[in-house]
Design a protein around this ligand. Structure first.
Ligand SMILES: Nc1ncnc2c1ncn2[C@@H]1O[C@H](COP(=O)(O)OP(=O)(O)OP(=O)(O)O)[C@@H](O)[C@H]1O
Length: 529
């Protein structure tokens, strides 16, 4: 589903590569921990999947589509097909939990009835339905992250990328988040999670991909945080420690609020093959090339449910009192500029199979754009904000059984959280409408006859980065609309602070949702006449 072929990515032409000749494959339903010391390239790898920038060398293919040849106009759609979760949640502070999740559906033009149904279902699945009307500052960090995950999955992405989603959470909150991610993976979504969270990696025993200075040094099924002693990665990291007097492997993060076994016990997830005998992890260590040669087969069907809390994992002990240190990035000899030479696209089509659900009610029911907001534009928060609160106030919380969405079926995996209501079932195609998975077009690379401009893309990525880095305060904060007097929100909308600007967060969210500035500008110009 996702394939990196000898990918090298440099941010500066003569700089050290953030990704260095990385070849790897991720299949449907994979649950992958991406680990490595700070600066090893984890976020860069995730960004490359999102097509934020293009590699100077190599090729990235997602569902048969060479991202280097993807038409620019398709990038926003492509990005919307991928869920993304960040360490800092990135919820819109002046929107309720419900509105935050609904936002992701609004930007693709989903009808309100679908938004209501789907958001309610997703919130149930992450056990947040009782907090739907709260604002982000009124819920805990773990709840905020689950809300962010709900937003990331509400459009049913085939891929979910999570960049240190537990980085700001205590072990208990992290446990809840991991349950959600595990459940998402079990429903067929590919989950790639960059993390420094040793207890979680050790507890879950999932595929571990390790980067070191941009290079892939380990791809291990059912791995632990540290590479198995004697493995190639172990030797490499040990050698660097010896050479540099530094610890090359990632240090153990402090666990101030709970003992490690708490987290291990809490997140102890099922090992992938239920009932399979324990195998020596070291047997499974493969190099990137080996992984390429023999990719892990995609699961044919998602498990119906996952047993909770398996036996505590073997905890690897490596001196945790060692000084925390990172390898100093070595200045590389100035690399000759590597001209990108996009190979002619001749990928075999890989049909994306969506995880037992379909975004049908999103794609098929979207009417022609009407009114001010047509689903491709970032709502102008200074103008009219977002009105989903009306739905929260007006709508019955749960549709009657007879009115259930026909695409919802009963055999969904169990929700990840204890005590959560029965899960909403996956979608079924509407009988009268042709099924059109949102990534279908990815299986037709020949339609992309012009290659993406790597330079433009790189510039675009840089521009994105600059915009994200701008001070959070914005004049639009002052212009934020008040709730109409007829509406009585349960709590007043919070004022944004400089560190929590709605406008900036909206822009970041727009980027996350794949809305380009140019597209926003286009619709705004059109709207303004
Ligand atoms: N926008 C950028 N411009 C220039 N260099 C960058 C940029 N983003 C990342 N880098 C560099 O690329 C390398 C890899 O960074 P990346 O963020 O991918 O690492 P990481 O493994 O995600 O780190 P962390 O665990 O701290 O998040 C680092 O050396 C970093 O300094």
């Amino acid at each position: 589903m996702i394939r990196f072929d000898h990918v090298t990515r440099r941010y500066q032409q003569d700089g050290r590569p953030a990704l260095d000749d990385v070849s790897i494959e991720f299949e449907r339903g994979d649950f992958v921990f991406l680990i490595g010391a700070s600066g090893s390239g984890k976020s860069t790898l995730l960004r490359m999947i999102l097509r934020e920038g293009l590699p100077q060398k190599g090729k990235i293919t997602v569902a048969g589509q060479n991202l280097g040849l993807m038409l620019e106009k398709r990038v926003p759609d492509y990005r919307r097909s991928i869920g993304m979760v960040f360490q800092d949640f990135r919820l819109l502070p002046d929107k309720t939990v419900f509105e935050n999740v609904a936002f992701a559906m609004r930007v693709i033009g989903a009808p309100r009835s679908s938004i209501r149904r789907r958001v309610t279902k997703v919130l149930e699945r992450v056990n947040l339905e009782h907090l739907a009307k709260r604002y982000p500052h009124e819920i805990s960090g773990g709840e905020q992250q689950r809300a962010a995950i709900a937003r990331a999955i509400v459009n049913e992405p085939a891929i979910l990328l999570a960049d240190e989603p537990t980085g700001n959470l205590d072990p208990r909150a992290a446990e809840e988040v991991m349950k959600v991610l595990r459940w998402i993976s079990s429903s067929g979504t590919t989950v790639i999670m960059a993390t420094h969270d040793r207890p979680i990696v050790d507890a879950m025993r999932r595929r571990v991909v390790q980067l070191h200075r941009g290079a892939l040094v380990r791809d291990q099924q059912r791995g632990t945080y540290d590479p198995p002693p004697g493995s190639e990665a172990w030797e490499l990291l040990r050698g660097e420690e010896a050479d540099a007097g530094l610890r090359a492997s990632d240090p153990t993060p402090a666990q101030p609020s709970a003992p490690a076994e708490d987290a291990s016990e809490a997140v102890a997830g099922p090992v992938p093959a239920e009932g399979a005998p324990e195998r020596d992890a070291s047997d499974e260590v493969v190099t990137g090339e080996e992984a390429q040669a023999a990719p892990e087969p995609a699961p044919e069907a998602a498990p119906e449910s996952e047993p909770e809390a398996e036996a505590a994992p073997e905890s690897r002990t490596q001196s945790e009192s060692e000084p925390q240190s990172e390898p100093e990035p070595e200045p590389e000899p100035s690399a000759e500029p590597e001209a990108e030479s996009p190979a002619p696209q001749q990928e075999e089509s890989i049909r994306v199979v969506w995880p037992r659900r379909s975004p049908q009610d999103v794609t098929a029911e979207v009417p022609e754009p009407t009114g001010d907001f047509d689903g491709t534009e970032l709502p102008d928060l200074g103008r009219d904000g977002f009105e989903e609160s009306e739905h929260v106030e007006e709508e019955a919380p749960e549709p009657a059984a007879a009115e259930e969405d026909p695409e919802l079926v009963e055999d969904d995996p169990q929700p990840p959280t204890d005590g959560a209501p029965a899960p909403a079932a996956p979608n079924r195609p509407r009988p009268q409408q042709a099924k059109k998975p949102r990534l279908d077009w990815l299986a037709h690379p020949e339609e992309d006859d012009s290659g993406g401009d790597a330079t433009d893309e790189a510039l675009s990525a840089e521009e994105n980065t600059r915009r994200l880095a701008r001070p959070a305060s914005s004049p639009s904060d002052a212009a934020r609309p008040q709730a109409p007097s007829s509406e009585k929100p349960t709590t007043p909308r919070p004022k944004s602070s400089a560190s929590q600007s709605t406008y900036t967060d909206a822009r970041r969210t727009a980027e996350q949702l794949g809305i380009t500035r140019s597209r926003r500008g286009f619709w705004r110009r059109r709207r303004d006449g």
